[in-house]
Design a protein around this ligand. Sequence first.
Ligand SMILES: C[S@@+](CC[C@H](N)C(=O)[O-])C[C@H]1O[C@@H](n2cnc3c(N)ncnc32)[C@H](O)[C@@H]1O
Length: 433
Amino acid sequence: MKFNKKRKNYKINCMSLRLCWDDFPEQTDDKAFLDNLLLKPEEEACNNSDCNKSIADSILSSSVLIKGDNYPVLQLMKDELLGKVNVIYIDPPYNTGNAFTYKDNFSTSDDRHSAWLSFMNRRLKLAREMLSDDGCIFIAIDQSELYVLKLLCDSIFGEDNFVNDFMWLHGKGKKDTWSRTLQQNTLCYAKNKTKLKSFTEVESTDWAKTNADDDPRGNWFSGSVSFTEKRSNPKHKNYYSITSPSGIVWTRQWQKSREEMERLLAENRIYFGPAPEYNSVPRIKIFNGEQTEVIPRNIIDCVDSTRKAQRHLDKLLGVKGVFDNPKPVELISHLIEITQMKRDAVVMDFFAGSGTTFEAVAKVNEADGGTRRCILVQSGEVVETNNQFRTIFDICKKRCELIAEKYKQTLEVWKLVIEAAPSVECLRSSSEA
Ligand SMILES: C[S@@+](CC[C@H](N)C(=O)[O-])C[C@H]1O[C@@H](n2cnc3c(N)ncnc32)[C@H](O)[C@@H]1O
């Protein structure tokens, strides 16, 4: 349908796409209250006034686990970590109304969506400031708040910086009378999409069904190995010529170095189209069983289910069911890996839960020899039903210590503490921060 710009007096259907909610303030919005709080390494917490070490100093060489409410923790870290965090993964409470190990219910207030949005808005704004220019954030969520979260993130990060919703198929699905929901969502936003590297995933090929040149190595499919002449950069080091068996010269920017291309040609891995013309754009032959780099799919079905992740955690801690719904380690390591972020990236998770993100980072480091470091924040939320661990922070700390030992990672434990003489109310609300 064509829109008639000249038409006069046409009716405008007006609906604001902005998200509106009632703000639920928090204690540390009050600067005077925030001024009472400090971050300190655990062993020196509370009494040692000489401790001037900063989080920024610590993350140069170590991962850091911080006990405290993430809002004041982020407020206190913001200036030091401005633009220094490369990847953020968070798995906040989804606001399902359920009673898990952790509180997942914002309905004590009369408007649970507003309460949840106020909570997330404060934290995501601070998170954005800490991201590096080429950084990105992944936010796990389900349908309870997915649709409002998308609008909230559009307003904080900008709609243009939305990368995708990476959907994890987490098992048999969450069922109700009408359907089974198979996915949990992971919204991904860039700090600045023009500076975010393209995402890549390594895939194993097993679908090639043809063998156009009867190659004795078996079936293959062809993949792109060059840029079109128009998109080629003549100054690029991979700009050179190759010649087909029929003498056609192809000059352009290749995705392989000259040496690698020579090897591929010698191994008959470059296909120039059918003989005797050999006149198609040269492409690389990829055989079944080989690994290739592809643009990642937004459906993740190659990692463990919730149930398996739970079993993994139980085994690691040697106790059954101490924490509900931990994420699979492979889910988070997959997300870190597809970003292609540098090997000494700083990864942050300020809803650390059982500490899965730390294990994921340790595994990625082990796989590629990287020195990525983690900043984890977890509150001292009390565990109601378990007597082995008093708080979720204790669960997280135990897991992180075990993982640090297994993967030879260094870990510092920090605390949010009250420095100045606090009021009685301040002490009460922060004692389990
Ligand atoms: C869904 S769980 C995260 C699970 C985690 N991804 C894992 O695999 O174990 C959310 C966590 O955020 C924590 N949390 C909730 N509000 C918090 C806050 N204001 N500050 C710090 N942690 C908080 C909860 O205690 C809970 O452990």
